[in-house]
Design a binder for this molecule. Sequence first.
Ligand SMILES: NC(=O)C1=CN([C@@H]2O[C@H](COP(=O)(O)OP(=O)(O)OC[C@H]3O[C@@H](n4cnc5c(N)ncnc54)[C@H](O)[C@@H]3O)[C@@H](O)[C@H]2O)C=CC1
Ligand SMILES: O=C(O)CCC(=O)C(=O)O
Length: 435
Amino acid sequence: MPTKNKTLEENMLGANGMLAKSLEALRSASERLNIHPDVFEELKWPRETLAATLLIRMDDGSRRAFKSWRCRYNDRRGPTKGGVRFHPNVSLDEIETLSFWMTFKCAVANLPFGGGKGGVCVDTKALSANELERLSRAYIEAFAPFIGPDRDILAPDMYTNGIVIAWMADEYSSISGQASPSAITGKPLAFGGTNGRVDATARGGYYTLRHLETSLALNPESATVAIQGFGNVGYYCAKLLHADGYKIIAISDSGGGIYDKSGLDPLAVMQHKHETGGVKGAKGQGKTNEITNAELLELECDVLVPAALERQITLDNCDKINARIILEMANGPVSPEADRKLSAAGQIIVPDILANSGGVTVSHLEWVQNRSGFYWDSSRVRDHLKKTMETETQAIWALHNEMDLSMRDAAYTHGLRRIAESVEARGTPAYFEGS
Ligand SMILES: NC(=O)C1=CN([C@@H]2O[C@H](COP(=O)(O)OP(=O)(O)OC[C@H]3O[C@@H](n4cnc5c(N)ncnc54)[C@H](O)[C@@H]3O)[C@@H](O)[C@H]2O)C=CC1
Ligand SMILES: O=C(O)CCC(=O)C(=O)O
């Protein structure tokens, strides 16, 4: 029974949940495009979500349980595709929301994929390598019937690096009784991976930003950048922008951050992180101060790059944002409410479903190469990625200007056109209504 005073829809989606709030972008794009209500009704629900409790043997002989999920949000454009996240705060709502975003991201990048995502509620730092391997393999054991190269294709996300992906791919091949490399992308090169996947997410965002440089009046020789999150995405973003002259003035990770107005060298900061476990304590070119993650977000800079978790910029702190441009390399770092407020005030937010789509774009190339058995060199992968990012960035930038939309609304409009076409191509509602 729906709780009193709530609609059935609110009950099913969780009125205050992340998915329910994120659907607002879909709702307004549907109205803007005058999409048939059937399409909206379909897209507001995840198609299927499985939950499993993973039981693994710990090194001390005890058994421990970990909650996990895999969601296939929508598969109209092709098999569902998306990463697996290992994080202590992973929840069902988060996984379904991330899958919803993947659906639009794959459409924006024009890939023949729908959206999916998975996760395990775990603090990987508290596990030994052996425990992490058992957990990664247990995840595949639990979801093997659900995934596959033509059904649901996995990839890395937060705290699932190439080693975790290799264990998962190995387990999937063992269970399926044959080499099945195309069921999981982001694999190491020696195990059917592709050139260029390691820095693909960051590189995609970098191509987008560079493509918009003139429109955004960005001068790489004087522009300043603050980066929250210094893992795969944050590190390579810093490295690529630094190499082009952008001044990286702040970097943080889960332990806090550093600020140096004279600039930080990402390589030196990563070296320090390898040696000490965090970025705090690393030195830049001038006077380097420690800052909190909250302080980093409020720094005056040209480009703020959130590259960690969702909901870092919300109504609570959006009035304190001093960046000219926000490049969303994380998924969902700006809440929908903060996005509306900031965009209405003229803030440029390059949305996640465009900015970080480089990762899945190169994952698609890995899937293609695994299926054809013919492998590409790095320059071919990069050329394809650059072309894709520039084409889709240009289309979204044009919509942003022509229809006077925020970049997020423009990106959802662009993605929805493609998804709606694939829904309607199966027998349009107009066809049924006319028959
Ligand atoms: N890896 C990929 O190919 C893709 C990743 N993304 C998104 O990018 C974001 C980062 O992912 P990865 O770099 O792959 O993860 P990662 O696991 O390689 O690195 C995560 C980084 O975030 C930091 N971090 C964690 N909690 C934090 C907090 N509360 N405040 C500040 N920093 C914090 C960690 O210390 C680490 O430096 C996530 O939102 C992910 O969904 C999006 C598209 C593709
Ligand atoms: O590479 C992929 O398939 C998906 C990456 C991902 O999970 C994401 O873009 O959020």
